[in-house]
Design a protein around this ligand. Structure first.
Ligand SMILES: [Zn+2]
Ligand SMILES: [Zn+2]
Length: 347
């Protein structure tokens, strides 16, 4: 009997009688991170990593019953030994290690190997079965070092200042926006943010993440010169009247999808910065091999392609169903849009 089973509510561990990132309200949920396609409200109790406590509480609401544990701290849930390990995806993101009778299974949730000032680096965990996402599981997805990308962002902002245009940078509200804010050169000019980003930043600060001074767009007088400012907002702000106030504005988006020209075009932004909180193809393969796992379960993204590649490399690999794609209204649903790649000419 495998440690985890697929059920209509998501991955279930019978030995511990709990679910990992369940889609439906269950009694006991172990949650990898605070994105809405992983942390859903309505469960009786939750277990998650302490380093992201305030962010998860913001997502699930003040009444959610959440137990927090440190990374690496192990506890018994019935017959299962459970511990959480850094996933490097966003503040508080964790891989769930489950051990039953000497057999070890790791659910990685979303993860990346690249450095990110807002979270603890990904830790490879040895296991027999590794469950991985495959959001960017195609060889065309490869990321530059984030430092290189942030130099591009800084240069874009400076250039806009010289031309007298405001700099509007779009990034997902929880995770990407804070990574951008923590990485950008704050000495270039004043930084402003959309209300949703401001709320998330408050939760991030409560988790001890250092962020520069960020002012609220809403609290700014109507007649205001935005030409020196960087404004960070969710992608949903694009094409709304909220943008009008900035006058002459250069728009940019930071996402792994910006690697694909067709998506960039469809987003109608002036610039695309390829910065992702998920692994690219080579880091995906690297992370998998570092677990030493023989069995790989692939979910969430280009599952077929990744499974096929792993099988040719000698792994026992299979697909694990994701609920339904693009269902959640949150950030990640927008990110996980593999179908969107089909309409491009890029290799
Ligand atoms: Zn995520
Ligand atoms: Zn996700």
């Amino acid at each position: 009997m495998p440690i985890l089973q697929e059920t209509p509510s998501g991955l279930y561990c019978e030995a511990g009688d709990f679910f990992v990132d369940p889609w439906r309200p269950v009694r006991r949920a172990v949650v990898t991170h605070a994105h809405s396609d992983h942390a859903r409200s309505g469960c009786e109790s939750y277990l998650a990593a302490r380093s992201g406590a305030a962010i998860l509480q913001m997502r699930l609401g003040p009444h959610a019953r959440i137990s927090f544990v440190e990374y690496g701290q192990s506890l018994m849930i019935r017959a299962a030994r459970v511990s959480l390990h850094p996933a490097g995806h966003m503040t508080g993101s964790a891989q769930v290690r489950i051990e039953v009778d000497g057999e070890v299974c790791v659910v990685s949730g979303d993860y990346k190997l690249q450095p990110d000032p807002t979270c603890t680096p990904f830790e490879p965990v040895r296991c027999h079965t590794f469950i991985t996402e495959s959001t960017f599981g195609l060889p065309l997805y490869r990321w530059e070092h984030p430092q290189v990308v942030m130099q591009e962002v800084n240069a874009w902002w400076l250039d806009n200042q010289r031309r007298g245009a405001a700099s509007l940078l779009l990034g997902y509200t929880v995770g990407k926006a804070q990574r951008l804010l923590a990485s950008v050169d704050a000495s270039i000019g004043p930084i402003y943010a959309h209300g949703a980003v401001i709320s998330a930043c408050r939760a991030y600060r409560a988790c001890g993440v250092a962020l520069p001074e960020i002012r609220s767009v809403m609290d700014t007088p109507t007649k205001f010169d935005w030409s020196q400012a960087l404004i960070v907002a969710p992608p949903s702000a694009m094409g709304t009247t909220w943008l009008r106030r900035f006058g002459d504005v250069s728009t940019a988006m930071a996402s792994g999808w910006m690697r694909v020209r067709g998506i960039r075009r469809r987003r109608a932004v002036d610039r695309g910065f390829v910065l992702s909180d998920h692994v690219d193809w080579s880091d995906l393969m690297k992370a998998i091999s570092e677990t030493g796992a023989e069995h790989i379960w692939v979910t969430h993204g280009y599952t077929q392609q990744v499974v096929r590649t792993l099988q040719t490399r000698g792994f026992s690999a299979r697909t694990v169903a994701t609920q339904f794609k693009g269902e959640a209204a949150g950030e990640e649903a927008e990110v996980s849009d593999p179908a969107a790649v089909d309409d491009t000419n890029e290799p």
